[in-house]
Design a protein around this ligand. Structure first.
Ligand code: S3P
Length: 450
């Protein structure tokens, strides 16, 4: 167990340029697509974190080799039928919902049962949302308590194409169905509430048989059996979810500027930018590019004198789903009351994040109320924290840890934040980048490990 992180002082204003690590969603998808490609795929700037290593180990269990050297990862794909389904395989998705859920779509043709396990947090999360649609294809499942891990998947060679309506706006669910459709004869028709579309963009780039009709609130995705996946060399852009901690920190300071280089700004991920702009934060995208269908830019952020409250339109929820904890920190400084609604999915994450957002804000002295799917935050532009705040027992949710660090650096107080190792799942370099921004208020060590 790692020792808690102690933060006793605010960070000083800065004017800096940083680069954050590779995008987690794209990194895991690159691993999975490449594992079924013909030949060697190479990724640069792959996120090297526990979730992605778990993905590489998972394909390793299926007989697909990989190697990491410096900033480069190679996967030695053996084609669409290249997985070796040995007897008694157990795949450990660790903390990763994306890995655990997406890979099941690829395993529906296994001729031997495969067990899927995960850590304490993942074992509390809903897998019924995946087993239900995949059962329609013909696979069978045994789940703990009907919806949780450990689960066992029993595949079939006799797959049926399906019609399915994905109503939660879950990209993990949508992607799992796309992967299963790719393995199935006939046309699978998926009506999916809007969510991040990296899987679809990769399918298009790889010329896989996918057709997408975009409607206002949902997409109709038609997918047919894939014949071949070409090897996929990919330069992974930086992660907007990891960037969001620094975007928020900058917006909460008095007089700071930050540039974050080469970030994926896929519109299905930029909810945080739209929300913060509505709250008055100054954010610009410069140096825009398109890379393999994904939009990329440098993000420029400047702090502002006053932050406006927001009644957050729930149509932005899915595109900001991983960023709400830090968005709540911005609402805490607004000159009025903010409302966020239709957010029940937030309690389905690595920890019940709506509840944790509420707990952190309360500890900070912010007036706030929650229901099972909404939160009201009464902003206080003059908030100063002068007490000790201890953050622990949050199921080691990486985003709870990082949000607490940002709160401590922006608002002050005396914070003791446990489970530092949680950042290893998504953003091992987080504290290193915090240290790049350091110009501390007092001449003493402020980021201290006990
Ligand atoms: C992800 C989708 C989102 C997100 C997660 C990553 C993905 O989950 O919260 O961190 O890569 O597809 P849901 O699809 O469950 O909303």
């Amino acid at each position: 167990m790692s020792s808690p992180l102690i933060i006793e002082n605010k960070i000083k204003d800065y004017n800096k340029t940083i680069t954050v690590s590779g995008d987690k969603s794209i990194s895991i998808r690159w691993v999975l697509f490449s594992s079924l490609a013909n030949g060697i795929s190479i990724a640069k700037n792959l996120l090297i974190s526990e979730d992605v290593i778990a993905a590489l180990k998972a394909i390793g269990k299926l007989g697909i080799k990989s190697e990491i050297k410096k900033n480069q990862c190679k996967i030695f794909g053996k084609g669409l039928d290249g997985y070796k389904y040995k007897k008694n395989i157990t795949i450990d998705a660790k903390n990763s919902g994306t890995l655990g859920r997406l890979i099941l779509g690829l395993l529906i043709n296994t001729n031997n049962p495969i067990k899927l396990i995960g850590d304490k947090s993942l074992s509390k999360r809903d897998f019924d949302r995946i087993s239900t649609p995949l059962s329609k294809f013909g696979a069978k499942f045994k789940l703990k308590g009907r919806k949780n891990l450990p689960l066992t998947i029993y595949g079939t060679k006799n797959l049926k194409h399906i019609k399915y309506y994905e109503k939660k706006g879950s990209a993990q669910c949508k992607s799992s169905i796309i992967f299963a459709g790719m393995r199935t004869k006939g046309t699978t028709i998926l009506k999916a509430k809007k969510s991040r579309n990296h899987t679809e963009l990769l399918c298009k780039y790889l010329n896989l048989p996918i057709k997408i009709k975009t409607k206002k609130n949902f997409d109709i995705i038609k997918i047919q059996k894939a014949k071949k996946i070409s090897s996929l060399n990919y330069n992974i852009p930086s992660d907007i979810s990891s960037s969001s901690f620094f975007i928020v920190l900058t917006s909460l300071l008095r007089n700071s500027k930050l540039i974050i280089k080469n970030v994926n700004i896929n519109p299905s991920r930029t909810g945080i930018i739209k929300i913060l702009k509505k709250m008055g934060v100054k954010i610009k995208f410069l140096n825009r590019k398109i890379y393999k269908g994904e939009k990329i830019a440098d993000i420029h952020v400047k702090s502002v004198k006053s932050i406006k409250p927001i009644k957050c339109p729930s149509k932005l929820n899915s595109s900001a789903i991983d960023e709400f904890l830090v968005i709540f920190l911005v609402a805490a400084k607004a000159n009025g009351t903010s409302y966020f609604t239709n957010l029940s999915e937030l309690n389905q994450k690595e920890s019940p994040r709506l509840k944790w957002g509420y707990k952190i804000l309360r500890e900070m002295g912010i007036e706030t109320e929650i229901t099972s799917n909404s939160i009201k935050i009464v902003g206080n532009p003059n908030l100063k924290i002068n007490k000790k705040i201890v953050i622990k027992r949050y199921l080691k949710d990486h985003r709870v840890f990082m949000t607490s660090v940002i709160a401590a650096l922006a608002y002050g107080g005396n914070w003791e934040i446990h489970d530092k190792d949680s950042i290893k799942t998504s953003f091992p370099k987080f504290l290193e980048i915090i240290n790049q921004l350091k110009k501390w208020k007092k001449e003493k060590i402020l980021l201290r490990l006990q």
